[in-house]
Design a protein around this ligand. Structure first.
Ligand code: URA
Length: 212
């Protein structure tokens, strides 16, 4: 057997000693998550992100890579490759996640400094240093290295601000494709699949682009 031999899952049948063996294909998607759907595979009440995908993807073992709240929009990765997902969501990786946020009321001038110093949440949890850059009267672009439950909303809450809109723009090196509209998805390219596990600094460019 030649281990470098490529398999076309649509055309090839793989057999070992005449026995057909299953071929499990890994799937890697980016979804522009709309509001109103939950980041879960199943839910009794609300539509799920997996349910947004066409039939061919149902029953393929897909799950969201990390979660966005029901009302949060933007980049959500979906896969059935647990190892890859773990590489991205592992807390040790400190993968940068960039969000656009809109908050209620005025933004205090020391917001950026407080995010940089490390916000302490209501429950006493200390957040890692983050960035918050004001982009409008009530809007900011935020970069966090963690992915705790309701992280961004809780950080703002801790400084007396309520988030009224939240959209994720990027995770590590992967940015939401600007050609996607809400509810649309596409497959990741081979290169994106590989580079997803590096937290390299294309996000710096993404942030700079937003601030010009
Ligand atoms: N932080 C939040 O509070 N909600 C999200 O959906 C993502 C990050």
């Amino acid at each position: 057997l030649d281990s470098s031999q490529k398999v076309d899952p649509a055309a090839d049948v793989i057999a070992v000693d005449g026995q057909i063996v299953g071929y499990e294909e890994h799937i890697y998607l980016m979804l522009y998550k709309p509001a109103g759907v939950v980041s879960a595979t199943e839910d009794n009440v609300s539509p799920t992100v997996i349910g947004l995908l066409p039939r061919q993807y149902q029953g393929a073992g897909l799950f969201p890579v990390g979660r966005l709240d029901k009302d949060t929009t933007g980049l959500l990765l979906i896969t059935n490759d647990g190892t890859w997902a773990h590489g991205i969501t592992s807390p040790k990786k400190h993968m940068d996640k960039i969000y656009d946020a809109v908050v209620e009321g005025d933004i205090p001038p020391d917001m950026g400094q407080r995010f940089a110093d490390g916000i302490v949440l209501d429950d006493g949890l200390h957040c890692l240093s983050a960035k918050a850059v004001q982009t409008g009267p009530q809007s900011l672009t935020v970069v966090v290295q963690e992915g705790k439950f309701h992280q961004v909303k809780r950080m703002f809450h801790a400084v007396g601000k309520e988030v009224i809109y939240l959209k994720r723009l990027s995770m590590g090196s992967l940015a939401l494709d600007k050609t996607l509209t809400k509810g649309e998805y596409r497959s990741l390219t081979e290169e994106e699949i590989k580079k997803a596990e590096d937290n390299y600094n294309s996000q710096k460019k993404l942030l700079d682009d937003r601030l010009v």
